[in-house]
Write a protein that binds this ligand. Structure first.
Ligand code: ZN
Ligand code: ZN
Length: 353
């Protein structure tokens, strides 16, 4: 076992489990280092076994030194079933119903399967120095790609072409891949917080929302910038300034142990004061790591507190339906003494442009 699987194993008792069957690939990667796309992980108090198929035998041995690896041939359910001790085994929500049914049938007497939420995700919330380093690299690749694409964001280029250019340049800069499907939303398309890319061509006077990230060693970055293509209207400029200020208000409210909901409120209350209460329609932010969206969640309903070692976004927005939208998204590392802005190398749009 390694330190992460041991840590998880030491928590099984508290969850009233004899064993946990891990099926989320990000969780398996976190616990074992295995980066393939198909595997199961059985974690019991004194053993952890990675079950995968023959395509991955060489990769699993190289990526997971010191871990027990079982290569199944044919009977996957039987292979896993044989590894489960009698008692209550937890499973994650990504286990398919079909697999669950077949596994249930073969369980020993007095054994059962119980759904478990967030056991590994909770460990993943607190980043180790090596993980933070990979996140910094991801941010750096995204930043380099974006800064190269910035001069291209002007009238005449399509959203699709901008997104392709950005993806390409992030990879050339060193990223393994884009962290998620890049969003480029121009003009009226920017009023949709999660717009899909279209063939719309950027026009003079547009705001262009670009939400992008890079992946490095499995870790991701997530940044948004809104670019003004002059001449933008006063209404657009005012909304931009309000969102920019809302980011600052949120950043100022961050300290170790702060309630996630109060950081959300710091930005939300400011936008409300400025008359945009109805126009900030999503939560303020989310954790980033092996997934682009993970714990913690920064929303008005969050019950979490933000602790040192967490990495999360601050992304207020103002969306005027049918007209335009503005979003600025920063990534922050919470430290013992305060916070560090990870995405400071990607400049905000200044007003002169
Ligand atoms: Zn984003
Ligand atoms: Zn985000």
């Amino acid at each position: 076992m390694n330190s992460r699987t041991s840590k998880l194993a030491s928590r099984l008792d508290k969850m009233a489990l004899v064993c946990l069957l891990v099926t989320r690939m990000e969780n398996i990667r976190y616990l074992t280092g295995f980066s393939g796309s198909s595997a199961f992980l059985v974690v019991a108090p004194s053993k952890a076994v990675l079950v995968t198929d023959g395509r991955y035998s060489e990769q699993a041995a190289a990526e997971c030194p010191g871990l027990d690896i079982s290569i199944y041939t044919g009977d996957l359910v039987g292979t896993i079933s044989d590894l489960l001790p009698g008692g209550t085994t937890g499973f994650e929500s990504t286990l398919s119903f079909d697999f669950y049914s077949r596994l249930s049938e073969g369980l020993p007497e007095h054994s059962l399967l119980k759904p478990v939420e967030g056991a590994v995700e909770e460990l993943r919330t607190f980043k180790e120095p090596g993980e933070i380093e990979l996140i910094r690299r991801a941010v750096c690749f995204a930043e380099e790609g974006f800064n190269q694409v910035l001069p291209l964001i002007k009238a005449g280029i399509s959203e699709r072409k901008l997104a392709a250019e950005l993806d390409y340049r992030m990879v050339l800069a060193g990223a393994d891949a884009p962290a998620f499907e890049t969003i480029v939303a121009s003009g009226p398309n920017s009023s949709k917080p999660h717009a899909g890319i279209t063939d719309r061509v950027v026009q003079e006077g547009d705001l262009v929302v670009v939400d992008f990230g890079a992946e490095a060693g499995g870790y991701r970055s997530d940044t948004t910038r809104t670019i003004k293509v002059p001449p933008t209207s006063n209404r657009e400029n005012e909304a931009y300034l309000a969102v920019d200020q809302a980011v600052k208000r949120a950043l100022e409210s961050i300290r170790p142990g702060v309630e996630a909901s109060s950081v959300d409120k710091a930005a939300r209350n400011y936008l409300q004061e400025k008359g945009y209460g109805e126009n900030f329609t999503h939560s303020l932010g989310h954790g980033v790591g092996l997934e682009a969206h993970e714990r913690p969640n920064l929303s008005p309903r969050s019950v979490e507190t933000l602790e040192p070692g967490t990495v999360f976004t601050i992304e207020p927005g103002v969306y005027i339906p049918g007209s335009f939208g503005v979003r600025i998204e920063e990534m922050v590392l919470l430290t013992e003494s305060g916070h560090e802005l990870l995405t400071g190398g990607i400049p905000h749009q200044n007003d002169e442009r």
